[in-house]
Ligand binder design. Structure first.
Ligand SMILES: [Zn+2]
Length: 463
């Protein structure tokens, strides 16, 4: 496989970091295209760069050269040609892995935009403590909800264990302590400070719990009313023709479930649907991080799955508000939504989900093709990356199709697997660098050998 050179990547990254003025970008692009070896492919990121800078080109380059650049940029392969050659038979197991990008067209913000959206909603509640937290995060440029939730959970956990708190203080602030040792003359100050760090404000724990609950309530508010988009429907249509498929999703929303249910199919693999296993048309849907219609009881650990479509209907008709906290029918304890926040140590928090994670693992290992849609392999999900990495290294025939607008993702994955797997064939990772609701329906039709599958070209998709 011909690779994009380090030099090319470097130029693109510098342009994206705005190292160069507009005039220079056009000069550099033209210079690069002129000198580049013919076999070296162009990075899809040039499409956006050219789209942005093209209007400035007429004053700087002759019309003929602009046309040449246009032609070169137009030849960029957004979707790996190999994808259109894939043909499967009924034995080929297909596993879909969906991430936030799959639900984004349904109006659910992706992780990077979630926090700012949540603060917007939180302001409507008019709670001073939340406003204060929002302001504090804003001032420190904390924009990732993963960071906020992880910190909140760690605090909640350590707050009940003094030894851990002191150890954290020791590990994180050992340099500060050394400095303090040196400043013996400020003995009194030091004592006072030591006292402050070792005592925890009890009210802060309940504030944290309350904050997380409120933020979660707001989070689910986005999701309960979201409807399936072309991505979800394309997957359902595909599964109608190819039963040997399963779906894994890290999304809590009900879009994938709804699309399956509205097509009069059944679900299996969700937390409360054991009874559906024997239905011949039951689609395996594995929701790794929980679901808006799942609830668990803090006291008796019983998990309950509610009918998603009923839940949506009662909410939309305003018959009942969507309950974030309820009362357990089993024991009278507090029932909370079974949603795994984007944390780095999910496994510790939700033993209820172990079976679900195991079936996700199995489903990944069995796949002939793993079709990854709008999933970005985030830092907080290292365990999914590890499952996939192990599966790819064990099963030499397994291939992945990465449907993601980020052109770096497939390159990063190819590099990562090459580093871990001996003689890794980079062609096993195929990319479709295009928004999933546009390209996935066509890829899936093509895989099934349907005649109406269109290869979308960037000239139509970018306009
Ligand atoms: Zn209970």
């Amino acid at each position: 496989m011909n690779e994009i050179s380090i030099k090319q990547k470097d130029i693109i990254e510098k342009i994206q970091r705005r190292v160069y003025s507009t005039d220079r970008v056009i000069g550099i692009l033209w210079g690069f295209l002129r000198r580049k070896p013919k076999a070296e492919p162009l990075d899809p990121r040039w499409l956006d760069i050219w789209l942005k800078y093209k209007s400035k080109a007429p004053g700087l380059l002759p019309q003929k050269l602009i046309k040449n650049i246009d032609k070169e940029i137009d030849s960029i392969e957004v979707v790996d040609g190999e994808i259109w050659k894939i043909k499967i038979n009924s034995d080929t197991k297909i596993t879909f892995l969906l991430g936030a990008g799959a639900s984004a067209p349904s109006g659910i913000p992706t992780v990077d935009k979630l926090l700012s959206e949540l603060w917007k909603r939180a302001r409507k509640i008019g709670r001073k403590d939340l406003d204060k937290l929002a302001k504090w995060c804003d001032e420190r440029n904390i924009t990732n909800i993963e960071d906020l939730l992880t910190a909140a959970y760690i605090s909640k956990f350590t707050a009940t264990n003094r030894a851990i708190t002191s150890l954290l203080d020791y590990f994180l602030f050992s340099r500060r302590r050394e400095l303090e040792e040196e400043e013996k003359e400020y003995l009194v100050t030091r004592r006072r400070r030591a006292l402050i760090t070792s005592e925890i404000d009890v009210s802060s724990i309940s504030f944290l719990q309350d904050t997380l609950q409120t933020l979660f309530g707001l989070l689910t508010g986005f999701m309960i009313s979201a409807s399936p988009n072309a991505t979800h429907n394309a997957i359902v249509n595909f599964i109608k023709d190819h039963k040997n498929s399963s779906i894994i999703t890290t999304n809590y929303d009900g879009c994938m479930d709804e699309s399956i249910l509205r097509n009069k199919m059944h679900l299996k693999g969700t937390i409360g649907s054991e009874s559906e296993v024997n239905k011949p048309d039951a689609v395996q849907l594995i929701k790794m991080h929980g679901s808006i219609n799942w609830a668990y009881c803090d006291s008796c650990q019983v998990v309950r799955e509610f009918d998603l479509l009923e839940l949506k209907e009662t909410y939309e008709k305003d018959k009942l508000s969507f309950p974030v906290i309820g009362i357990c029918k089993n024991c009278g304890g507090l029932r909370r939504p079974l949603l795994v926040p984007p944390l780095s140590f999910k496994f510790l928090m939700f033993p209820n989900l172990v079976d679900i994670w195991n079936s996700a693992n199995q489903s990944i290992e069995e796949a002939g093709y793993l079709i990854v849609v709008g999933y970005s392999f985030s830092e907080a999900d290292t365990y999914i990356t590890k499952i996939i990495s192990r599966s790819i290294s064990m099963n030499k025939n397994q291939k992945m199709i990465i449907v993601n607008t980020d052109p770096n993702l497939s390159t990063t994955l190819r590099d990562r697997f090459s580093a871990h797997i001996d003689k890794f064939d980079k062609k096993r990772i195929l990319k479709a660098c295009e928004s999933c609701e546009k390209i996935l329906p066509n890829i899936l039709k093509s895989i099934l050998g349907k005649k109406d599958a269109k290869r979308i070209s960037k000239s139509t998709s970018k306009s």
